[in-house]
Ligand binder design. Structure first.
Ligand code: DX5
Ligand code: ZN
Length: 225
């Protein structure tokens, strides 16, 4: 299992977006996380396809678009065309989740499914063989800089067990409150794609923050072995 740091641009300085994203990648970020919010599914607004299209020109690593929006089917083609590599949708926002995941694949992107803190992992039983990644929200979605919800560790561990029992290959991603104090437990529970916004962009030097977080995550891997 490859531990990867997935910087989330939500907490970056948007006047320096391209440069800050590149700094986080130079320091070890290997996937870039883009939070898309519509003011309906979550109580906040962020960015859409034009920003993905601009980032695509300067970012070489995969772009991971986390859609926190209602009716994601309406926007999936445009995000794919703008240059998204991975697209994830919330189980809670999709009436026809199977159809939506196939729609993402049909546009050449890797499909992911996301669950909120109050949604049990069992809600994903029937789609685990369709997804490239499962994203466990470890805060209620909508804002950066929130506190990690400890029960997320049980959900990550349960997904890792289900993956092993069913011999599946989906990757486990975690998003919300991942920082130097929580990343070790998150990795030990079984997550490998570590989204971090505030811990990378919220204060101090982006490169130093990203490098330190990744190093701390990787040391926890060794502890687990
Ligand atoms: C929250 C977003 C996250 C956010 C995480 O709804 O999905 O990706 O950027 O931010 P931190 O790492 O600050 O908790
Ligand atoms: Zn996110």
């Amino acid at each position: 299992m490859k531990i990867e740091l997935v910087p989330s641009i939500l907490s970056s300085d948007f006047s320096q977006l391209g440069a800050q994203a590149q700094q986080a990648i130079e320091a070890g970020g290997s996937v870039l996380h883009v939070d898309v919010m519509d003011g309906h599914f979550v109580p906040n607004l962020t960015v859409g396809p034009p920003v993905v299209r601009s980032l695509r020109k300067v970012i070489q690593v995969p772009m991971d678009c986390h859609l926190m929006i209602e009716n994601p089917d309406l926007f999936i083609p445009e995000f794919a065309e703008a240059g998204a590599d991975w697209i994830s949708v919330h189980q809670e926002a999709c009436e026809h989740l199977d159809r939506t995941l196939h729609l993402i694949s049909s546009h050449g992107c890797k499909p992911g499914v996301v669950i909120n803190p109050a949604t049990p992992v069992e809600m994903l039983t029937e789609v685990l063989d369709l997804v490239h990644h499962v994203l466990v929200m470890s805060v209620n979605p909508g804002f950066g800089g929130q506190k990690f919800i400890p029960n997320s560790l049980n959900k990550i561990a349960a997904l890792a067990r289900m993956r092993g029992e069913r011999k599946l290959e989906f990757r486990i991603e975690v998003d919300g409150g991942v920082d130097l104090t929580t990343v070790g437990d998150v990795v030990k529970a079984g997550a490998e794609l570590l989204v971090a916004g505030n811990a990378v962009f919220g204060h101090g030097d982006v490169r130093t923050n990203a490098a330190k977080l990744l190093e701390t995550a990787r040391s926890a891997t060794f502890a687990r072995a």
